[in-house]
Design a protein around this ligand. Structure first.
Ligand SMILES: Cc1cc2nc3c(=O)[nH]c(=O)nc-3n(C[C@H](O)[C@H](O)[C@H](O)COP(=O)(O)OP(=O)(O)OC[C@H]3O[C@@H](n4cnc5c(N)ncnc54)[C@H](O)[C@@H]3O)c2cc1C
Ligand code: SF4
Length: 573
């Protein structure tokens, strides 16, 4: 393919419309570029979002089974990864907790020393927080108050905090569920409604209170000219003839993601590409493109340094509890039970009980057959002692009203690797396959905390069935796999997110994060994308030859004056 009549279809094609993709689209349009965003997932509106998680077709993303929702689960030997798939990426299903990580993360991992991170990042966190409307949660629900009481009994009550969230909340003394003209972008954004505290954020907000990307960055990008292609999966990216490093531009091929037979293949030409398909999505696409020879120069470090925030999902179920524990916002509060271990109180909205099929009675002990035997013994002994209560706890109905998920994150560095292989159980095609040391699923202190939590209310401490049966933790925070580093020997992109080996090619999503953050990652992904985009010159000044330095040259940090110039390099705003 060559550009039609010498004209490229777009200056930039952004692959994926999550946090990194939406920031990139908005900032590139602002700089005067012609931008397309290719998004595999569907576009959602308050009317099309499912009412509960039992509407599996509109909740889960598994297009080959006819499920076209916005929430995906991928199962690996080392970890089950939960992630979003929609116009707005993970923001449609995420719980909107937006926390900056501790400063020490810039001193760990392959990005250390490649930027003046500690001095530079605060301004990008500030911009990200402003754009995502971050504020302190004012709606503490019954689950948050229970978390606080448990922390007090456990001696860590002073660490209790209401989360910082991207939600439009009513001012003090005002009623909820009130609609106002755009409160965030000086009238440029959409009208918004104040939060009801229904706990439904992870099922998609049906009230317009959650500051999802389609109401913030992506809204502004589209308003100013970005063209969004929903249900469009990118299946190939290759340099146009004449320059194998992409200096002559790229061809991007897509198919319709929600169709089996008429896949509607399309080809587009562009000068530059931004991969923003999430940690898993970008790894998967780049492995495919490297293997089929479209992008052979991608670093062999692809798939390395994948981190899961060392997460474990436990909780407590209180059958017949007098309050509705689903009320509040999805992640309303948190505590630190020691310097490495952070626990957040998480909930699904009333009626969204489908996750209940994955939870079971908590069992202590190291993973393996003995723990499974102990779990079976615990279930039988509980059934004999409290048959009715135990049966109520093991069946899913009423789960969201009675359950508090305790999301435990540890700031300890556990890493795995992803490889592109034929798994032994399905040798017909290659998939992402995880390798490395198992991430611990048994965190004794967290289990003790769940037990205390349950004791306070006469409930049952609970954990996830796959953790007990297969010793596989679940995480919604997969990061890394294309990490920032000084050279292609150590990572996939440089500190300005330029892909080693190619021109005008960038990665802006969770895959570039090079350290375990210990907090929910979306604010960091947004801030990093803001920084990466600040290096790209306005359209009128570009020479289309942006590339990471070759060899082992580390990137030079720029001066304060250069950083200031970068920030003012926009066409409007
Ligand atoms: C239930 C849940 C709750 C969460 N809660 C929080 C929270 O409270 N706070 C927090 O910080 N984080 C939270 N997260 C994590 C957060 O959603 C992710 O960290 C974040 O969305 C990652 O951003 P990203 O830019 O890397 O990619 P994403 O936001 O995941 O976006 C990537 C997009 O690329 C699309 N894509 C993938 N491949 C292709 C392709 N080949 N072609 C076209 N499009 C493609 C995908 O469909 C997706 O929409 C939560 C996640 C889940 C699942
Ligand atoms: S609690 Fe309910 S109203 Fe508030 S942001 Fe979440 S889903 Fe929307």
């Amino acid at each position: 393919m060559s550009p039609r009549n010498g004209q490229f279809d777009f200056d930039f094609i952004v692959i994926g419309s999550g946090f990194g993709g939406s920031v990139s689209a908005h900032r590139l349009v602002e700089k005067g570029y012609k931008v397309a965003v290719m998004e595999m997932g569907r576009r959602w509106t308050p009317d099309s979002l499912p009412r509960t998680s039992w509407s599996l077709r509109s909740w889960l993303w598994r297009p080959k089974l006819g499920l076209h929702g916005f929430f995906n689960m991928q199962f690996f030997r080392h970890v089950t990864i939960f992630h979003g798939c929609a116009v707005g990426g993970g923001s449609i299903t995420y719980a909107c907790t937006l926390l900056p990580p501790p400063e020490k993360v810039w001193e760990a991992g392959s990005w250390t020393g490649l930027g003046n991170w500690k001095a530079e990042m605060p301004q990008y966190y500030e911009t990200a927080a402003h754009m995502l409307g971050v504020t302190e949660n004012k709606i503490l629900g019954p689950a948050d108050l229970l978390l606080q009481r448990t922390a007090e009994t456990a001696g860590s009550g002073d660490t209790f905090y209401p989360t910082r969230v991207g939600i439009f909340q009513a001012a003090e003394g005002q009623a909820s569920n009130q609609t106002f003209p755009d409160p965030f972008f000086g009238g440029e954004g959409p009208a918004r409604t104040t939060c009801l505290g229904c706990g439904g954020c992870m099922m998609g907000c049906r009230f317009g209170a959650k500051n999802t990307l389609d109401l913030t960055y992506l809204y502004l990008a589209e308003k100013h000219g970005a063209r969004l292609f929903p249900e469009t999966q990118v299946v190939n990216v290759q340099p146009l003839p004449g320059a194998s490093d992409g200096a002559a531009g790229y061809e991007v091929c897509t198919v319709k993601s929600t169709s089996w037979i008429r896949r509607h293949p399309q080809r587009f030409s562009c000068r530059g590409v931004v991969f923003a398909a999430s940690s898993l999505g970008t790894m998967e696409l780049l492995f495919q493109l490297k293997e089929k020879g479209s992008l052979p120069a991608i670093s062999p470090e692809l798939g390395k340094h994948v981190r899961t925030n060392s997460e474990s999902l436990i909780g407590a179920r209180m059958p017949g509890y007098h309050e509705d524990l689903s009320l509040g916002i999805a992640i309303g509060s948190g505590v630190y039970i020691d310097e490495h271990t952070h626990i957040e109180a998480v909930r699904y909205p009333s009626g969204s009980d489908a996750m209940g099929v994955l939870t079971t009675i908590l069992t202590n002990g190291h993973p393996g057959p003995r723990r499974i035997a102990l779990w079976i013994r615990n279930v039988i002994s509980s059934l004999l002692r409290h048959p009715v209560k135990t049966l109520r706890v093991l069946q899913p109905w009423g789960w969201a009203r009675e359950f508090v998920i305790l999301l435990c994150m540890q700031a300890l560095d556990n890493q795995i690797e992803m490889h592109w292989q034929r798994p032994w159980f399905w040798p017909f095609r290659k998939f992402l396959v995880s390798r490395g040391q198992k991430v611990p699923t048994y965190i004794p202190k967290a289990n003790e905390f769940a037990q205390k939590f349950a004791q306070l209310t006469g409930g049952f401490p609970m954990s996830m069935l796959p953790e007990i049966l297969f010793n596989v933790p679940g995480t919604a925070h997969c990061i890394g796999g294309c990490v920032i580093a000084d050279s292609s020997t150590n990572g996939v992109v440089d500190s300005r997110h330029r892909v080693f080996g190619y021109k005008n090619m960038y990665i802006c999503d969770g895959s570039v994060v090079a350290a375990n953050l210990g907090v929910n990652p979306s604010l960091t992904i947004t801030a990093l994308a803001e920084r990466a985009m600040s290096f790209i010159p306005p359209a009128a000044q570009t020479s289309w030859d942006d590339a990471a330095p070759s060899g082992d040259q580390a990137d030079a940090c720029d001066t304060d004056e250069e950083a200031g110039n970068r920030r003012s390099n926009t066409v409007f705003s």
